[in-house]
Design a binder for this molecule. Structure first.
Ligand SMILES: [Zn+2]
Length: 253
């Protein structure tokens, strides 16, 4: 591996365990890391437990060094519950990764983690330009929620009080934008079949709002734009949405 290919380093963070940091400037869209799962976590938890017990000594060391916030269950299940990443949207299968499971949370993330079922590898792409030395941060929960709801969800599931850049600023402006996004999202769904032109207008309104909070979470709206345009046979517009969708597919939600 050349020096240019090394994108991250793992460092200790006071009071936060370990975290990943950019080893050089990283451009939006770059793949920061790709890795096969350390452990698969399916609905058959006994099977998952067995796979931990047969890990090599080196991989077992990686597994047991991961964070566990669930002390009311066994240590292994606690690590699984804390670090599992779902393998695809809505999938009940999940996995734990050697490096990407170490990435800390932000409600204003700079990377996006995805799963490629063909290569059976997890990927982490930069969703923003990242400066050398900056911490690499992903989101553990859906982030298009108001600050109070995000904080509650993170406390319930990951037992920490979020102090990310979005949660340490006054919440009112960001919360108002997120509320408007969620209202417009409902209107997109309501009008998609009956009035596709209006639905597309709402999609564009949402994208404009998302630009005000760092251009996060746009992919699903590009997909809405594509579906609505294709549904009313506007194929040139559908193509434009498809291009945007392909461009952001791996780097955003
Ligand atoms: Zn936060």
């Amino acid at each position: 591996m050349t020096l240019h290919e090394i994108t991250y380093t793992i460092k200790d963070i006071q009071g936060k365990g370990k975290g990943l940091f950019a080893a050089r400037d990283i451009k939006r869209g770059e793949c920061i890391l790709s890795e096969a799962p350390l452990v698969y976590v399916t609905s058959n938890l006994q099977e998952a437990l067995k796979s931990i017990f047969v890990l090599s000594k080196k991989n077992a060391k990686y597994f047991y060094a991961l964070c566990n916030v669930h002390h009311d269950i066994s240590f292994e299940f606690g690590i699984m519950k804390t670090n599992s990443f779902p393998l695809g949207q809505g999938s009940t299968d999940a996995a734990i990764f050697r490096v990407s499971s170490r990435i800390n949370h932000s409600c204003d993330p700079n990377v996006h983690q995805s799963w490629n079922p063909k290569t059976k590898k997890g990927h982490v792409h930069a969703s923003k330009n990242i400066k050398k030395g900056d911490e690499i941060l992903k989101n553990y929960i859906p982030i298009l929620q108001i600050q109070e709801d995000r904080k509650r969800l993170l406390q319930e599931n990951f037992k920490f009080d979020c102090r990310c850049s979005a949660c340490t600023k006054p919440s009112s402006e960001r919360d108002l934008i997120i509320t408007k996004v969620n209202i417009c999202t409902g209107l997109v769904k309501e009008s998609a079949e009956s009035d596709p032109a209006t639905a597309i207008q709402y999609v564009r309104e949402v994208l404009g709002l998302l630009d005000k909070i760092g251009g996060i979470c746009k992919t699903s709206y590009y997909y809405d734009g594509y579906q609505i345009s294709a549904m009313c046979s506007d194929y040139s517009l559908a193509q434009e949405w498809a291009n945007l969708l392909l461009e952001s597919y791996q780097i955003d939600e």
